[in-house]
Design a protein around this ligand. Structure first.
Ligand code: FES
Length: 279
């Protein structure tokens, strides 16, 4: 018997948001009945670009049902940008934790959400496409998926990889390849971000802001066709200007506070405030 939290049991016994939305804005389907778990996620946006409704249909165990139910609750009310940042760890945390052997259910939820968001943004297929080499043929898991599970969850053993994405949990013939991927991903892990100096001169502060923008903020904005430019630094006030899609985005205020300011506070100084420079 699995050691489920009360919240997992509650979401399993009384799943929220079951069903499928007619005319959904985004649809994501992952898994397959042959592999034992499948999930279809649909969402609809309101006029402000926030997720007004999100529903799921799943075939799977208690934790698959609870994870899917938790995911729908987590994303309701969020913008697409906010929802895109929901991780499988957020789903597990929301439920008060999942047994390690069941973490793959939270990964399935995160994957369905990613496919649904991609479907909304591009209009492309609502089904998950297997990209790259399939390493685990028993469960149809690709090299890319295994590497992502290792990176996102800091996995260090084949057993953990099986818990998080099922790879290796069948005939076992893919285990040597999983071991090689574990070694390769560990080698490729980026150096931890440099420690924050205690007291910064103005020049050090500007340099650190620019480095943080290049490393932590721009790559995120560029994925959505946007960018940001540092205009000035006045004491603890950081003046920026959005470019590309970010300049026209309805949720630019959110991006400025929850992305730009949050990252600069994390990596530069807690006392910084970010403002958009007047044109
Ligand atoms: S090929 Fe991966 S468990 Fe069989």
């Amino acid at each position: 018997m699995w050691d489920y939290t009360d919240k997992v049991l509650d979401h399993f016994r009384n799943p929220r948001n079951v069903g499928e939305i007619e005319g959904a804005d985004g649809v994501g389907e992952v898994g397959s009945l042959a592999c034992g778990d499948a999930l279809k996620l649909t969402f609809k946006l309101d006029s402000n670009g926030r997720i007004a409704d999100c529903r799921f249909k799943t075939f799977g165990c208690a934790s698959a049902i609870a994870s899917s139910s938790a995911l729908t609750e987590l994303v309701k009310g969020k913008t697409i940008e906010e929802a895109a940042r929901v991780t499988n760890q957020d789903i597990a945390r929301y439920l008060g934790g999942l047994p390690e052997q069941k973490m793959h259910c939270s990964v399935m939820g995160r994957e369905a959400l990613e496919v649904a968001i991609e479907n909304y943004r591009t209009g492309r297929t609502s089904k998950k496409i297997l990209e790259g080499k399939v390493v685990c043929k028993c469960f149809g898991i690709t090299e890319q998926e295994i590497e992502r599970a290792i990176r996102d969850n800091h996995l260090t053993s084949v057993e953990e990889v099986t818990n998080y994405c099922k790879a290796g949990g069948g005939c076992g013939s893919c285990i040597p390849e999983i071991e090689a991927l574990l070694a390769r991903t560990r080698r490729a892990e980026p150096e931890p971000a440099p420690a924050r100096p205690r007291k910064l001169t103005t020049l050090q502060k500007i340099r650190l802001i620019e480095e943080t923008m290049d490393r932590e903020i721009r790559p995120m904005l560029k994925r959505d066709g946007g960018d940001v430019e540092l205009i000035d630094v006045d004491g603890d006030r950081v003046l920026i200007s959005f470019r590309g899609m970010c300049a026209k985005c309805q949720v630019a205020e959110f991006t400025m506070k929850d992305v730009v300011e949050a990252k600069l506070r994390e990596f530069v100084s807690d006392s910084l405030t970010v403002e958009e420079a007047k044109a």
